[in-house]
Design a protein around this ligand. Structure first.
Ligand SMILES: NC(=O)C1=CN([C@@H]2O[C@H](COP(=O)(O)OP(=O)(O)OC[C@H]3O[C@@H](n4cnc5c(N)ncnc54)[C@H](OP(=O)(O)O)[C@@H]3O)[C@@H](O)[C@H]2O)C=CC1
Ligand SMILES: CC(=O)N[C@@H](CCC(=O)OP(=O)(O)O)C(=O)O
Length: 316
């Protein structure tokens, strides 16, 4: 049986990528709204209500509107926006977050796709806090770099217009109020909002999220090996997942720490670096903001909801 899938916002950056990923699927019938009515609520309502799964690739306000337009109890929703990520009744769509998260997503009517930055932070600290290596009071910080496609059509147009004259590395969210902070705090298992200083680079896609760990004030300081083992064990327990942990290699630097290294995949790779004598470490996540950071994760969640084998249906 084919599943009818409607991408609300299919002309946008995330929507287009999901459409490309689903175009060749024989188990999916893509319901495509005519270009001239793609922002017409009445037409969207019709498509939303006849879909088995609606994938929302819209700004937050429009995503909330789409959910309100659904009048049946059969259309399941994957929302790529940040509108429902900490909302009641929504499953958080980071399948590798816990051993049972994929099952929770598979059974859900409403799934909130995670933000790109939060996935790196959550992957780094949640297993350490859940495993008792860090406490929930740990003052987490997170920084990193993303390609400009993370900012959607508007930012892409802006960077395209500026070309080589655009800033190579542009820190932002310096009011410390980024929209990802609530999901980082909640799913990172943190008592306090992390200090988050992202940056956007003058390249299209791919990201690197850095979580520095200043451990010296802890009563019991975990070693690099313990941190690495906790992460490796955690993600080995999420079967069929797309997160892996690179070997702990003690290098000063690594060519693998390239924000574009996993572009066009749905993978997220964690690297652990540590100096035990200094009680300092860093966990660095590499992934594609348009892959695991958005469209890849949405297709992964769709597959879970449809009971489709990930290995045959998603580029790893
Ligand atoms: N880019 C990324 O890396 C990621 C993005 N996201 C999230 O996914 C969502 C989409 O982002 P992204 O694809 O980047 O954004 P884009 O700006 O590239 O695309 C958004 C699309 O939604 C359309 N749209 C806006 N308002 C309405 C409306 N009322 N009804 C129907 N369509 C509408 C826009 O139309 P028009 O073409 O006319 O502008 C556009 O095509 C956002 O919530 C974003 O936060 C999530 C993870 C990563
Ligand atoms: C470079 C850049 O601007 N990135 C976006 C995040 C993109 C993303 O993953 O997140 P959402 O789903 O929450 O939009 C930002 O920081 O707002």
């Amino acid at each position: 049986m084919t599943a009818r899938v409607f991408i609300d916002g299919e002309a946008g950056t995330t929507g287009l990528q999901i459409r490309e990923r689903l175009a060749m699927r024989r188990d999916i019938e893509l319901l495509s709204i005519p270009e001239d009515s793609r922002k017409d609520p009445a037409a969207r309502k019709d498509y939303l209500n006849k879909a088995d799964v609606a994938i929302l690739c819209l700004p937050d306000a429009a995503a909330k509107e789409s959910v309100a337009l659904i009048e049946n109890d059969t259309t399941r929703v994957i929302d790529a926006s940040s509108a429902h990520r900490v909302a009641d009744g929504w499953a958080y769509g980071f399948a590798e977050m816990d051993a049972d998260q994929a099952d929770i997503i598979a059974a859900a009517m409403r799934v909130a796709n995670p933000g790109c930055w939060p996935q790196g932070l959550i992957a780094a600290v949640r297993p350490l806090i859940a495993g008792g290596l860090l406490s929930a009071e740990f003052p987490a910080t997170v920084n990193g770099i993303s390609g400009y496609s993370g900012g959607g059509k508007g930012m892409i147009a802006d960077y395209d217009a500026k070309g080589a004259s655009a800033n190579m590395f542009a820190p932002y969210a310096l009011g410390f109020n980024h929209k990802h902070l609530p999901e980082m705090t909640e799913y990172g298992l943190l008592d306090n909002v992390p200090l988050f200083t992202p940056a956007v680079g003058n390249y299209y896609k791919g990201m690197l999220t850095v979580v520095p760990l200043n451990l010296a004030r802890l009563d019991k300081v975990p070693t690099g090996e313990q941190i690495h083992a906790a992460l490796a064990d955690h993600f080995a327990a999420a079967p069929g997942g797309f997160v892996d942990v690179a070997p702990l290699d003690g290098l000063e630097r690594s060519d693998d720490l390239d924000p574009q290294a996993l572009n066009d995949t749905n993978r997220l790779r964690l690297h652990v670096f540590a100096n035990d004598a200094r009680a300092q470490a860093a966990i660095i996540a590499v992934y594609d903001n348009l892959g695991k950071g958005a469209s890849g994760a949405a297709v992964q969640n769709l597959n879970l909801m449809l009971g489709v084998d990930q290995t045959t249906s998603l580029a790893a």
